[in-house]
Design a protein around this ligand. Sequence first.
Ligand code: SF4
Length: 474
Amino acid sequence: MKEECAVFGIHGSDQAALMTYLGLYSLQHRGQESSGIISSDGGRLYEHKAMGLVSKVFSKEKLDSLAGHMAIGHNRYSTTGMSHAVNIQPFLVDCKIGKIAVAHNGNLVNAVELRSEMEEKGSIFRSTMDSEVLLHLIARSRAGTVEEMVVEALRQVRGAFSLVFLLKDRIIAARDPHSFRPLSLGRDGDTWIVASESCAFDIISAEYVREIEPGEMLVIDGGEPRSIRFAEPAERLSRCIFEFIYFSRPDSRVFGENVDKIRRKLGRRLAEEAPAPADIVISVPDSSNTIALGFSEGSGLRYEFGLIRNHYVGRTFIQPRQDERDWDVRIKFNPVRGVLEGRSIVVVDDSIVRGSTMRKLVSMIRTAGAAQVHLRIGSPAITHSCYYGIDTPTRGELIASSHSVDEIREYLGVDSLHYLSREGLLSCVDDPENYCTACFCGDYPVKRKGQYSKDVFDEKTDGERDPGAKEKKC
Ligand code: SF4
């Protein structure tokens, strides 16, 4: 599973661009491909965006050029639309209501149909992103006010969307009726902030206020934000349970819960379900650290740092053939021989996707002298692709879609392998019926129609992203 995207918006700050930059810095884990900020001084909009990490995209000069007391920002990991500069968000257009920009986290499952209809009628698109469809819907609306136009557009799209819009005089935030992706409201006096995760409030010393409600649109234009209900909340919400397993930072609050607390519970429950005859427990850093801590608490096994992660890894020029020598894993991780040698080890990871990286890691741990390797996974087996804003491979590439646990154990070369059960996972959250678990069972809460693929707008003949997937009930 790969990261998704981060959104941030701020209104009422004399350092709006700088605050947005800091917010995006804290949300870097949700997307590292590109970053952008658009600001407004109430009359003009200012824009800067580029490919790369936040630290590389923005300089002091660039930030100084982003004038105004309101701004929105975005970190992107592409889930629809290829990695082209034209697809960097926030996405800005000029239409009959003036300039409007959008930052989007999620995937619109009916974007292909909507876009095809609009193209038939002569619309011209600049990017290959599903988010651009939204701006076209707003621009085409005949409703009387800007807010009514946005409401009309939001009512036509389906799927996952946590959105922040910027107009010259206001910020509008909105969240889909299923609440797939997180989006919260924060404040610092008269300054209002919206962000994907609450760690973005902490870095600018703002306080967490609440989540944006399912089907709610918030208009922030001075004074208290105005709440508009554009849709009834879905009967059952579909919050992405993977936010707790992997995506969100442990110091964040998402879906009204502390991620660290839930992640520890996952580890404790895993230890209960699948104890292991071992000397110590180690994590695959950094995403599994907290689950491993929970496993240590639940099992009584000592938690040790058995793998060291290199935090300074960028893109490498390693080609697939060179990859056979495990360079990709060796660049990223190094085993601590003194910790592993002669010991029976529990290795805790958050999930297994293709299994190829884990196989190389296990071989590395064994080469470092581990006597036994027992692998424990803090989520159920991933058998289906995600269509709601997470970059997953096709179903055929997911090892658990076609192999039994024992076959996977053998392929990975571990002495034992256990996944957390779906029941165990859901027992760790307060209202389990309001979470999406489709990637573990194929019970897709918002059905797709017709073609859908990661790069569907780039290559319309791509067909179903996941032709083998059947939508089914868990
Ligand atoms: Fe999250 Fe999986 Fe549902 Fe996608 S399919 S929203 S990753 S739980």
